[in-house]
Design a protein around this ligand. Structure first.
Ligand code: GRF
Length: 197
């Protein structure tokens, strides 16, 4: 049975794009919704151009009332009835209540080799620490931020002269390979860890 995938974004949606592009042919999943907390998110236009249903719920009017924002976001989500939720550059922290609704079928991609560097500014922190390698992680979402079971990782060597910007760009290229790889396996029921070579 083909799995229905909803993707949550906050910006350009480059990860969303790769996920959508991967769900073709014999892939066990198909995209059913792209939703954002920012009505101006560039990824919404890209998704609509690919014929995918979109939804936008601006988080700002809710003034920090996370449950109220999530209740509004849940309306289009429940209507799409996804089997899997992919957070892809989604920049809002989710409440335990929302996570509980989707836990076990909600993925996120984070631009570090978790458990290192949870949270923001991961590239600068890896550089400041003098790490030799860096990368990205796809994990199941649990109530604690950037902490769920790790499903896949991709690594690269930090190069001399790398800046947070150059590192972000190189890691993003890895993300675009890793997330589709993990989603395909996850949609087939495979929750084992894979290192992207
Ligand atoms: C990027 O910084 C990426 O590392 C993280 O989310 C941000 C935006 O990604 N996962 P996208 O282009 O919107 O997918």
């Amino acid at each position: 049975m083909t799995k229905r995938v909803a993707i949550l974004i906050s910006g350009g949606g480059s990860n969303m794009l790769r996920l959508v592009e991967s769900m073709v042919g014999d892939h066990p999943a198909r995209p059913v919704l792209v939703a954002s907390n920012d009505p101006e998110a560039g990824g919404l236009k890209r998704a609509a151009e690919m014929g995918i249903a979109t939804a936008a719920v601006d988080h700002r009017p809710f003034k920090g009332d996370r449950p109220a924002f999530e209740a509004a976001l849940s309306a289009p989500l429940e209507e799409a009835a996804p089997d899997i939720l992919c957070l892809a550059g989604f920049m809002r922290v989710l409440t335990p209540g929302f996570v509980a609704r989707w836990q076990g079928r909600m993925l996120n991609i984070h631009p570090s080799l978790l458990p290192k560097y949870k949270g923001l500014n991961t590239h600068a922190r890896a550089l400041e620490a003098g790490d030799a390698e860096h990368g990205c992680t796809v994990h199941e979402v649990t109530p604690e931020l950037d902490d769920g079971p790790i499903l896949g990782q991709a690594c690269l060597a930090i190069a001399p002269g790398d800046t947070p910007e150059s590192l972000a760009s190189r890691v993003l290229t890895l993300e675009h390979r890793l997330y589709p790889d993990v989603l395909r396996r996850f949609a087939q029921g495979d929750r084992s860890f894979h290192q992207l070579s």
